[in-house]
Design a protein around this ligand. Sequence first.
Ligand code: NAP
Length: 281
Amino acid sequence: MHASSPLQLAVIGNPVAHSRSPQIHCAFGAQLGIAVDYRKVLAEPGQFARCVDALRARGARGCNVTIPFKQDAFGYCDVASERAARAGAVNTLIFDDAACRGDNTDGVGLLRDLADNLGLPIAGKRILVLGAGGAARGILGPLLSSGPQLVHVANRTASRATSLIAGFAAAGRLAGSGLQDLPEAPFDLIINATAASLDGSFSPLPSTLLRAGGAVYDLVYAEAPTPFLKWGERAGAALAADGLGMLVEQAGESFYLWTGQRPRTREVLNGLRRAAPRRSN
Ligand code: NAP
């Protein structure tokens, strides 16, 4: 039975129209008998705090935060979890009576998708992360905790990659560079954590960057393979996965933070894949 007053949730971002979070959280609610009212909130630059204040004023339980506001959300919350503090980025706000807590579920979402849904272990692997924005900040700590041989962060703006890795220097073998200055030894797994797939502006990389039979993973999810995934397939990837699994897994962790109940994420992911099978181009 649903409670009479639905749990009010939202995602704040810009752009936000493409977000599938409302569908995912409503599916979690349906699994667990919790009525959910989950909205998309488009925030203009400089309006993030005002939008969160408005959600709190109307009695929301919390919200997700997406591009480009994860660092603003870290600044907004009264108290941040250890993983959010390490990332300096928040993708989940929890509104308690007096205070606002911030957490970051991106890293655990990615790791659960890689390990549980795709069967791709991280331990001992050479990993390249493209991008040094909010998403890269969230995944770096959890990736390093999984025992890779090396994580190299490469970003369009090289200085952002080097300042990001400086904060994680003690956590594992880590390097950083610009996109033009990549190492020659191939990687087992290349993760695209840039926003380049969103506007189709991904520039192909040397195909020697991926070990034959390696894997590519794009945090972006789309009905057709992204230019990055197509590049990976041409470069010989044995596995090319989009970020829909991560989206569902990070959402599952956020839902748990808001309700104390764990949804069956694999079931929701399979439902989404069945409803919109990926086109091959
Ligand atoms: P962000 O903080 O705005 O960072 C954007 C990053 O992309 C920066 O590193 C930026 O480089 C780089 N970039 C943007 N356009 C580029 C281009 N044309 N070529 C090369 N690099 C480019 O965004 P974010 O929060 O990190 O999100 C990044 C992506 O991950 C988004 O597409 C988001 O939708 C996706 N994401 C997916 C999930 C999921 O659950 N599947 C979770 C989180 C994020 P500069 O530093 O040089 O500007």
